[in-house]
Design a protein around this ligand. Structure first.
Ligand SMILES: [Zn+2]
Length: 412
């Protein structure tokens, strides 16, 4: 089977999709279910229809584009990623896996290949946590990792629930029905930019993911006592921001002293109330994002943080409340999918690196219900989630080629 990726068309499609943006180019902003996102989705659907794929959308807005196999009742082989983008992002995150997956399907069609299992391109809805505060909502629901009731209640910044927002966007189905039946996918492969610098540093164009790190995120609120910055003397203070400072350093320390470089913890949001120069902070709201490739080690670091938080409460006479938004387990990629990817690389004599995914992806959740793997391509300087995110057209084409061959092997 001789496969020739149409690199030019794939590249021009990536450029076209990037123009569906609420930010000035080269930045891309495409928040899920905004008018711009809906236009972009319609465009992607039209490209899939042009390729003769059978379309379906579920109640959360996941898009399924299916190329029926010779045995349509057999479990499908899936591929895909997302097209939503955080504010001021780039063109490639998620998009490479969607349009690369589409081109992988088309190149197989052009070659005369006929799959036994159907091949299905999946465009996951609301992968980015921008709107609803939780990432991978579409794949969490597909995999049953999150219940329909819990998902329906999540709210965006304007206080609109997932249920209200999706209905306004035209998705009126039953959220309970988003969960895929057991055995729906025989295998799933996601093509994605690395979002890190390792492939570029090694000057290797392909990365086969071994495992996907486990993220947890928490919302933490610290309640102290406010007062006049001149009037309240130091022994009498219950400064919520000073307590937050202690806690942030304790968080950093918990990650640094976990015993492995794979533990990473970040406080990325810190809202201070009332936020006036001459007023003692009475309340602080912050977030914690903590990840590891090892679940026990990550949970150990979380317990260390909890103990530190309790000590700070006692020492500083504040109350600290933390709420776990999600605490997911890491995933190992499936041996059969990794083998399909590495065999395809070897056949072309493409060198590849076995690599860890430190960012998490929809594949993390799909892995709960199907053998799953990921293929990475380099992105310049490891930059992602910024306007200068860049992946070279030849790397994208090579990724799409290896993806196509792997889909062929898995669906033959
Ligand atoms: Zn992504």
């Amino acid at each position: 089977m001789k496969l020739e990726i149409d690199q030019q068309r794939l590249n021009s499609e990536i450029e076209t999709l990037a123009a569906f943006s609420d930010a000035e180019p080269p930045a891309v902003t495409r928040i899920v279910f905004t008018p711009m996102d809906l236009k972009a989705r319609a465009w992607v659907i039209s490209r899939c229809e042009e390729a003769g794929l059978t379309m379906r959308q579920d109640a959360i807005g996941n898009i399924f584009a299916r190329w029926s196999g010779a045995d349509p009742s057999a479990p499908a082989v899936g591929t895909g990623s997302h097209i939503d983008a955080i504010p001021n992002a780039g063109k490639y995150d998620g998009v490479v896996g969607v349009l690369g997956g589409l081109e992988a399907t088309r190149v197989l069609q052009r070659s005369g290949f006929r799959p036994r299992n159907s091949i299905e391109l999946l465009v996951f809805a609301t992968e980015e946590p921008t709107r609803f505060g939780i990432g991978c909502l579409g794949s969490r629901l597909l995999s049953g990792t999150l219940s329909a009731e819990a998902a329906a209640k999540l709210k965006d910044r304007d206080g609109e629930s997932v249920d209200e927002v999706r209905r306004k966007a035209g998705f009126n189905g039953n959220l309970q029905e988003v969960k895929l039946p057991k055995g729906y996918y025989k295998a799933f492969v996601e093509l994605h930019i690395e979002q890190g610098p390792l492939l570029e540093r090694a000057q290797i164009s392909l990365g086969i993911v071994k495992s996907i790190a486990a993220p947890a995120s928490l919302r933490i609120s610290i309640e102290g006592a406010g007062g006049h910055a001149g009037g309240v003397l130091m022994p009498d203070r219950k400064d919520a921001l000073c307590a937050a400072a202690d806690l942030i350093l304790a968080i950093e320390n918990a990650a640094r002293s976990s015993g492995a470089a794979d533990t990473v913890a970040t406080v990325g949001v810190c809202d201070v109330f009332p936020g006036a120069v001459n007023s003692i902070p009475s309340r602080v709201g912050m977030t914690l994002d903590i990840r590891d490739t090892d679940l026990a080690r990550r949970d150990g670091a979380m317990q260390t943080i909890e103990r530190a938080s309790h000590n700070i409460e006692v020492e500083r006479h504040v109350s600290i409340h933390s709420e776990i938004l999600n605490a997911d387990a890491p995933a190992d990629c499936a041996p059969e999918v990794r083998a399909a990817l590495s065999d395809s690389c070897r056949e072309h004599e493409f060198p590849f690196l076995e690599i860890m995914s430190r960012a998490y992806h929809d594949s993390l959740f799909v892995s709960r219900i199907a053998p799953t793997g990921m293929l990475f391509i380099p992105c310049r300087s490891g930059y992602s989630h910024r306007p200068d995110e860049y992946a070279a057209p030849e790397d994208i084409a090579r990724g799409a080629l290896v993806l196509a061959e792997s889909l062929a092997k898995l669906s033959a």
